[in-house]
Every structure is written in C-alpha cells, then in structure tokens.
Write a protein that binds this ligand. Structure first.
Ligand code: SAH
Ligand code: SF4
Length: 375
C-alpha cells in the first residue's frame, strides 16, 4: 500500500485514496494532510482569502428539509422578508468595505413576483456599484427560465448544495417534496447558462459514513463544480432530525476534524475550485473558520444581514453572532484572517480559477467540433 506521504503527492486520486485521506488519524498524518491541502490551495488559487458578504434576505421557505430550522413546518419561526432598499443598502455596505462579492440567500421561494423582485435587485446593485461586486445567489431550485433571467440581470455565481450525494440518504433527509434528479438537473442547467456553479454537503449527518463523504468528493469531481461550500451538520431543536438525534450521533471534536478533513481532501482532489470556510464551522468551534482557511478554504462569508433579522434565520442551533451588527462582523472576521497571517483579497471578486479553465475547455471542444464537422 502507498505510504500516506506518497498518497498526498499523487497527481490524481481515486475513491480509495479519498477514503484514506478522510480516515487520517493521529496528529502527524492529519498535520501532513492539512499542510498539503494548504500548499495546493496557494498553488492553484493564490494567496488571498476572498470575502463574500452574506445577506439572508428571507426565511420564508416552501420546502420541509428534515434538518433545517426554517423549514416550512416549523411554526415557531417568525417569517420575514427584507425589502428592496434594505437588500441594496446591505450590498452597498459590502462594496464600501472593499468586499469583492455578496451572497444573496433565502429559503426557497418561487413564482413570477419573486423572480422579478430578485431580478430588479441584481440590476440595481450592479448599477449602483458600476458592476463592482460579484453577485452569488443561493435561492434554491428554480426553473431554467428564472435562472436565466437572474443571470442576464447580472448574477455571476449560484450555490446549490447537493447536501449528500448518496441517493438513499438524500431521500431520508427529504422525504416530501424533493427529487435528487431535479437537484442534479438544476446544477446542470446552472452550468449550461454560464454561472460559476457551487455545490456542497453537510458533514456528520446521522447515518452518513466515510464512504458517503468520499462519494461526495467524487460527485464534486464528476459534475465539475467550480465552488464548494460545506460545513458540519448541526442539529436544530425544532426539526424532525434534530429531535430524533439531538446530539447528531457524533461528538463535537470528531465532527470538527471530519469537516476539516473534508475541506482538505476536497482541495487536494479538486485543486483550483473556490472553497468556503462556512459559518457552521464557527458554530462548533470559535476558530472554526480560521481552521478551515488553514486547511484549504479560500473564501469566507461574513454575515451582513441586518441585526434585527438574524434571530429569525437560524438554520441550526448555536448560530454565532446573532446580536452583532454587520460592521462588527466585518471588523471581526478581517482581524481574524489577518491574525492567522493570511491576506484579505479586498476589491477583488476572487472568481473560481476552475470556472475559467472549464469555460476554456468547453469553447475548445465547441471549436474542435465545428472544425471536424467542416471536414
Ligand atoms: N434554501 C436554499 C438556501 C438556504 S439553506 C437551499 O436550500 O439551497 C443553505 C444551506 O444551509 C443548505 O444548503 C444546507 O446545507 C444548510 N443547512 C440547513 N440546515 C442545516 C443544519 N441543520 N446544519 C448545517 N447546515 C444546514
Ligand atoms: Fe428551505 Fe433551504 Fe432550509 Fe431546505 S435547506 S428547508 S430549502 S431553507
């Protein structure tokens, strides 16, 4: 069997290799894994950490995912929707602070009014920042027409996690109104339209195994994702999954290690994608996001949702910084990044290098196709 060190040097890794990376145990092998992932990140995505200001625009959701605190079945949540001015104002603050991008996220809402609402907001933000902000959307499953309208209005990236790539586990977590095939179809439509396309999973779900997680990384490779957003699964007390498994079946330290190993192994396998160090990591360890950056993540999403809405957007328990103002979060995360010796990529969109490589490959394919046809 290849030694662990030799495994880290392999140019292309397979499923068995990924399982070995995720099973790394003992301080020495874990350190080697993390250091290698950090090196790969610096080589393929550069030295900066990019900031995406996260605006949680509404907690109204038509879905009922068993794990999520804002699922429609949770009647103890007070529902809200930020208005157009509030959203644009938050985006302008991010711009003023030198963030390269924002992420507009909400529960899943569909329909003509919502599509138009988002479209207008994207156009306004672009007009008022002279197209100076990268705009990422995280608004769930939508029709191809809606995705296209938002893209044409000037959104650049879309995040839609597969949550778990294992079909059986997926069905267990979404027994009501989800279809795995529909999720895949959405991801493929987003790529076709031209979005930088992101996906990801939750780590440490009840019933999830190392093999499932290795399958998730293979899935990221198979769909040729440009961005990855992953974080630990954290129970929410008012959800069916949270009630059935209040401690999620995995102890906090192990969940943190597993999340960091997933980031590191994903970096080693996918190389030049953008990987986010998510807030959920901070929820299980005060320095979780900094740890994520040091093991391969290159993106952080400071929460810039106005303080008055934060308590109502709790996807999981122990969400950090519920009473902070956006400006406090901004200063805090920037200091934290600097304290670990990393550089913030101010005024830069920090697009995924993988996206440009994918676009180039696809245009070469088209070009070769035309050439062959004309022979
Ligand atoms: N409604 C959209 C976006 C908001 S939810 C969507 O579902 O795509 C954003 C992400 O929050 C989800 O993709 C899910 O991975 C994560 N999430 C929800 N509940 C969670 C929990 N209990 N623990 C950790 N992450 C959770
Ligand atoms: Fe709604 Fe997204 Fe939560 Fe599912 S994960 S219930 S779609 S907000």
């Amino acid at each position: 069997m290849t030694s662990f060190t030799a495994l880290l040097d392999k140019e292309k890794i397979d499923r068995e290799d990924i399982i070995r990376l995720l099973s790394a145990a003992g301080a020495e092998d874990m350190r080697r894994l993390y250091d290698r992932a950090y090196e790969v990140k610096k080589k393929h995505t550069g030295t900066a950490v990019y900031l995406r200001g996260l605006i949680e625009i509404s907690n109204i959701c038509r879905k009922n995912c068993l794990y999520c605190g804002i699922r429609r079945g949770n009647t103890s949540v007070e529902r809200y929707s930020m208005n157009e001015d509030e959203i644009v104002e938050a985006a302008l603050l991010a711009h003023e602070w030198g963030y390269g991008s924002i992420v507009i996220q909400s529960g899943e809402r569909n329909g003509g009014d919502f599509t138009t609402f988002i479209e207008v907001i994207i156009r306004k933000i672009n007009a008022q920042t002279s197209n100076g902000l990268g705009i990422t959307l995280s608004l769930g499953e939508q029709s191809a027409e809606t995705y296209l309208r938002w893209y044409q209005a000037g959104a650049h990236r879309y995040l839609l996690r597969i949550e778990t790539s294992d079909r059986d586990l997926y069905r267990t977590l979404h027994p009501f109104d989800h279809s795995y095939e529909r999720r895949i179809e959405c991801l493929s439509t987003l790529k076709e339209i031209g979005y930088q396309t992101g996906t990801g999973v939750m780590i440490g779900l009840p019933g999830q195994t190392i093999e499932h997680l290795a399958g998730d990384i293979e899935f990221f490779l198979d769909i040729d994702a440009d961005m990855i957003g992953m974080g630990p699964y954290i129970p929410h007390h008012d959800t069916p999954l949270g009630k059935s498994f209040p401690d999620s079946g995995i102890e906090n330290g192990a969940r943190l290690d597993l999340s960091l190993k997933m980031i590191a192994a994903t970096r080693i396998a996918l190389k030049d994608v953008n990987i986010a160090s998510t807030t959920a990591l901070q929820a299980i360890h005060d320095q979780g996001r900094e740890m994520g950056i040091l093991v391969g993540a290159n993106v952080v999403m400071p929460n810039i949702t106005p303080a008055r809405y934060r308590r109502d957007y709790q996807l999981y328990d122990n969400k950090p910084c519920l009473d902070e103002y956006p400006s406090q979060c901004s200063v805090c995360i920037e200091n934290r990044i600097k304290q670990i010796g990393e550089t913030v990529g101010y005024h830069e969109r920090g697009d995924s290098p993988h996206f440009f490589r994918r676009m180039k490959r696809s245009s070469e394919k088209k070009h070769n196709g035309t050439f062959n046809e004309s022979l």
